[in-house]
Design a protein around this ligand. Structure first.
Ligand code: LMR
Length: 394
């Protein structure tokens, strides 16, 4: 069976992460994979998460299965964190999922099961794992223009124009905030235009929400998604807790379905649970139990919000500091867009051979499409990284 199997192409981000681990240089710097690092270059466990984990250790009485939906209190807390009061909860159903990717995958399989002929429209560019996971669900895909990398600009008109070719029942995949890989987000007027487009053309919005709280704040980052949820009859959301709770390896996420009426939500949810049962049966408990404990304890919740605010403010400071350093080194405004974008990522808009040179000569790892993890920049190396970049480009 395996004699003729060809090796799968390496994932752009994970391949780079492995290459970085094998690089023996002391001053190497990983600006590839999306992991937040503090000013010491560490990714520590958040204090609120650690406290919850200790409590969990003391209070947990069983390791029996958590059930196919996962932790129901976690689901309810996630629904209120993400949706606020934008939609009546009897039209929504939520399950726990193994990370944002797990949520995206089971929702994609749900689309495959209930609307196999739908085309999923996704941004160009998008997170490199979107396409493979949609293909895994045997879905057709098409991309809409989203970002002009050369000029650091959102292409909203181009996006809307391309989407005019979408058919009723097609799915529109959008990033809820902190667009990965560009850091260029939709404003509220653009979210409203997307809601109108979905209503007019009968499209199903599918929101990938992996960076809540990493852009401008918990409420601010959810505003576009909530606006959409308040207008459309149906919607899918894949939320992740990896970044905002720093629980990456615990794999914590939530998949949400909004339907036009409670009975439809319930029937669709039974299909989602049947997909889940066939794929991994039941989700892991540990990480979601921690997030549930943080969100239901007022003291831990406020500690977490403070820690989340610190991470966000540090990223915003890094953005402006790095844009300034690049301005000084390049003597130009070419990279000024970095200061205005949001979240962990921006695209430098430099050529692949320049990225290779930066890695070979300076040990600085940037994804091949020129995506840089701003949150991986050490405060005291902004000038050095800016110099390495500018000296390696034409
Ligand atoms: C990223 O985009 O770097 C993160 O979301 C990690 C991943 O799984 O790719």
């Amino acid at each position: 069976m395996f004699e003729n199997v060809q090796a799968a192409p390496a994932d752009k981000i994970l391949g780079l992460m492995m290459q970085f681990r094998e690089d023996p240089r002391d001053n190497k710097l990983d600006l590839g994979v999306g992991v937040y690092k503090d000013s010491h270059g560490d990714t520590p466990v958040l204090a609120a998460v650690k406290s919850a984990e200790l409590r969990l250790f003391d209070s947990q009485k069983t390791k029996a299965y958590v059930g196919v939906q996962g932790d129901k209190e976690f689901c309810a807390e996630m629904a209120s964190l993400v949706l606020g009061d934008s939609v009546s909860m009897d039209r929504a159903r939520i399950c726990q999922a193994p990370g944002g990717t797990g949520a995206l995958s089971i929702l994609s399989m749900l689309i495959g099961r209930t609307a196999p002929d739908a085309t999923v429209w996704l941004s160009d560019p998008t997170w490199p794992n979107h396409m493979p996971l949609l293909k895994n669900a045997r879905l057709k895909t098409q991309q809409y223009p989203y970002y002009d990398t050369k000029n650091g600009k959102l292409l909203f008109d181009g996006m809307m124009e391309a989407l005019s070719a979408a058919k009723p029942g097609d799915v529109l995949l959008v990033h809820g905030c902190c667009h990965n890989p560009t850091g260029a987000d939709l404003d509220l007027a653009q979210w409203a235009a997307i809601a109108d487009l979905c209503l007019e053309k009968g499209l199903l919005p599918f929101v990938d929400f992996a960076y809540l709280g990493f852009g401008d704040g918990l409420e601010e980052d959810a505003a576009g998604l909530r606006l959409l949820a308040s207008k459309v009859p149906e919607m899918l959301i894949a939320a992740s807790c990896s970044k905002n709770f720093g629980v990456y390896r615990e794999r914590v996420g939530a998949a949400m379905i909004i339907a036009a009426a409670p009975a439809q939500a319930e029937a669709t949810f039974t299909q989602l649970m049947s997909v889940t049962r066939a794929v991994y049966s039941m989700p892991p408990d540990h990480g979601a139990a921690i997030v549930r404990m943080v969100l239901t304890d007022p003291h831990l919740k406020s500690e977490w919000i403070t820690e989340l605010n610190d991470m966000r403010n540090r990223m915003l400071k890094l953005r402006s500091g790095f844009a300034e350093a690049l301005r000084r080194e390049s003597n130009s405004s070419r990279f000024d867009f970095i200061a205005d974008q949001r979240g962990m990522f921006s695209r430098l808009g430099i050529a692949p051979e320049e990225i290779d040179r930066i890695r070979a000569d300076h040990g600085i790892y940037i994804v091949g499409d020129s995506r840089i993890n701003i949150a991986g920049l050490p405060d005291n190396r902004l000038d050095e990284v800016a110099r390495a970049i500018v000296s390696s480009i034409e």
